[in-house]
Design a protein around this ligand. Structure first.
Ligand SMILES: *[C@@H]1O[C@H](CO)[C@@H](O)[C@H](O)[C@H]1NC(C)=O
Ligand SMILES: *[C@@H]1O[C@H](CO)[C@@H](O)[C@H](O)[C@H]1NC(C)=O
Ligand SMILES: *[C@@H]1O[C@H](CO)[C@@H](O)[C@H](O)[C@H]1NC(C)=O
Ligand SMILES: *[C@@H]1O[C@H](CO)[C@@H](O)[C@H](O)[C@H]1NC(C)=O
Length: 571
């Protein structure tokens, strides 16, 4: 009898699986980041770097380890040519579109190597190209100046926009040559430059009631790109008071989820003049495109409202310059600093990079999935926790920041559970908590780790002598807990222990179902009982088998007439 697994074959089998399936074993992180930079607007297919060389890997290794580039949200900018190890641009990248005002513009990616699993963090800095010229929102800027203004008085002018960043954005302003004004470019704390027209010599309305100048904005490119606007200066002969705001600086905080139309703040200016000259009109002044798109101002009431919903993840603060003009053309200015407050308005996202949904049994530490998680919110709203259900034989391992690997905790046994439904839950720590779930089903594939098992260790069959040949005398039966070919059982007779026993001419076995047949008529008087072994083997590779004993008892039939031994009948 042999129901125990033979030890040696099983060990060999597992070793073979480890080699064949190339087990993915985790490596710890070493915190390395590779950094590359590339100019924006380069054609797709442009060479960025040779990854193999930079990682110190042999040429075949990237291919052998199925190296790939991962990035958040499936947005792929880079492509890896596994053969050459070259990293190339997958598409033409526009810095203005990808990063807007953010400088430097850094796109994050990861390099994933398998067997063993290894992550490398990567950064691609997109360098600005001076592909946009400064632009004024209006072609003509109207400036009304009282002839009583003293030389040295400064008049702020509207600014030009430039979509580029850094030195490629507006650096300086100039004004066409004239005898009355010079231009001064101020550096603001927000990094922008602001033009101010400074009066050099008192104006005389009788001599010149209007003055037309050309304002030019220059960016820092080489050569610089420019944008121009006309400044129409109208000289007024009235002598009144300019409007004055209650505060020069207003500071407001606005939650990013405030609805369109919400009141942000009401500004208020006073003018000592009554009548027409006292009626004030409020408007934006020196405000960026972003301000004009996001806010609107009521010219009469000074109410500033949201024109679109704000997004903390996109723009975190705004600076609004507001002008109050009286009917006479004199104006006063104030600044509103708006801070956008983060609200937990984004649920975490999960990006599956590798999913192996069919894993072999008996192999611990097998990688099932590799995925990244992200949450664009900031602070606690963007911190995440990643879990799976309790009591599953799988564990989550944080591989590098925000990248997890799901591995088997121990060897799985298909015969006890062949399928697992795993729910990966990613929760942020914001208020309210937002979560994302991702369900995966992992099936455990069979390995031939069970030998067929006979229903009995010994079978005893009784046959009445003088049977007809080919009589079905009984059956043996074995089952195998594996599946497929690993569970297909075939039966055979073992050679008898007693070499004198002509077993092959006595019984036969049906290889498929274990039915036993007496081949010829048995004679109790010649053979009262006999014993043999049967074997059940599966079709696995290598095959596993077990054995059982079969004992056949021949039953006596009254087939011989009595005869008298003494005295002899013929005597
Ligand atoms: C700005 O332009 C003026 C006039 O051309 C020039 O004198 C000045 O040096 C420039 N400033 C900068 C910072 O380039
Ligand atoms: C503004 O900054 C530029 C460069 O940072 C510098 O050259 C210039 O002198 C500054 N101008 C003022 C008025 O501070
Ligand atoms: C897994 O989910 C599928 C579909 O919902 C279900 O049919 C199956 O029974 C589940 N398996 C387990 C082991 O829970
Ligand atoms: C994932 O599975 C859980 C438990 O079976 C179920 O409640 C949930 O709705 C599923 N989620 C998705 C996204 O299918």
């Amino acid at each position: 009898m042999e129901t125990q697994l033979p030890k040696a074959p099983q060990k060999r089998q597992v070793t073979a699986i480890i080699i064949v399936l190339i087990l993915l074993i985790l490596w710890e992180v070493d915190g390395m980041t590779i950094k590359y930079s590339v100019l924006e607007e380069r054609e797709s297919g442009s060479y960025v770097a040779n990854l193999a060389k930079d990682l110190g890997l042999g040429l075949g290794e990237l291919e052998a380890r199925d190296a790939r580039i991962l990035s958040k949200g499936n947005q792929q900018y880079l492509q890896l040519e596994q053969k050459s190890g070259n990293l190339i641009l997958k598409e033409k990248l526009d810095r203005e579109e990808l990063c807007s005002d953010t400088d430097p513009c850094i796109l994050h990616f990861q390099v994933l190597l398998k067997s063993p699993v290894h992550f490398i963090q990567g950064e691609l800095q997109l360098l600005d190209v001076n592909d946009h010229a400064p632009e004024f929102l209006e072609n003509e800027i109207l400036l009304k100046i009282s002839e009583s203004s003293h030389p040295g008085t400064a008049f702020p002018l509207k600014i030009a926009q430039d979509l580029d960043v850094g030195s490629n954005t507006v650096q300086n302003y100039t004004i066409s040559t004239n005898s009355r004004f010079h231009l001064f470019t101020l550096n603001h704390s927000d990094g922008r430059r602001y033009p101010e027209l400074v009066l050099d010599k008192a104006l005389d309305r009788e001599e010149q009631s209007e003055l037309r100048l050309t304002l030019t904005a220059l960016d820092g490119g080489s050569p610089p790109r420019t944008g121009t606007a006309q400044v129409l200066i109208v000289v007024l002969d009235i002598n009144d008071n300019a409007p004055e705001f209650a505060q020069l600086l207003y500071e407001v905080q606005v939650p990013e989820n405030s609805p369109v139309g919400s009141l942000v703040i009401t500004v208020f200016a006073t003018d000592l003049d009554a009548g027409t000259y006292g009626e004030l009109s409020y408007s934006f002044f020196q405000s960026s495109n972003q301000v004009i798109q996001a806010f609107e101002i009521n010219a009469v009431t000074g109410e500033i409202r949201l024109k679109k919903t704000l997004d903390f993840e996109e723009i975190r603060s705004y600076r609004l310059e507001i002008e109050a003009s009286d009917g006479g053309g004199l104006s006063g200015k104030c600044t509103i600093a708006i801070e956008v407050m983060d609200v937990n308005d984004n649920a975490p996202e999960l990006t599956m990079s590798v999913l192996i949904s069919d894993i072999p049994e008996n192999t611990p530490d097998t990688v099932v999935a590799i995925f990244g998680i992200s949450d664009p919110d900031s602070g606690e709203n963007g911190k995440m926790m990643c879990t799976i259900q309790d009591h599953l034989p799988f564990v989550l391992k944080l591989t590098v920041e925000n990248f997890y690997t799901l591995v088997t905790e121990r060897a799985l046994d298909r015969e006890s559970q062949a399928e697992y439904n795993i729910t990966i839950t990613v929760t942020d720590l914001g208020t309210p908590r937002l979560k994302t779930q991702h369900n995966i089903t992992v099936t455990v594939s069979d390995v031939n780790d069970n030998a067929p098992a006979f229903s009995q260790t010994t079978y005893t069959l009784r046959v009445r002598e003088n049977n007809s040949p080919a009589l079905h005398i009984g059956s043996v039966s074995a089952t195998d807990r594996d599946s497929g070919a690993n569970a297909q059982v075939t039966y055979s007779l073992l050679p008898p222990a007693d070499p004198q026993l002509p077993l092959a001419s006595l019984v036969s076995i049906n290889a498929d179902n274990g039915q036993l047949f007496a081949l010829r008529s048995l004679d109790y008087e010649a053979l009262r009982a006999f014993e043999f072994g049967v074997r059940a083997a599966d079709r696995g590779s290598p095959a596993l088998s077990s054995q059982a004993r079969v004992r056949v008892l021949v039953l006596d039939d009254n087939d011989n007439a009595p005869f008298v031994l003494y005295p002899p009948q013929n005597g």
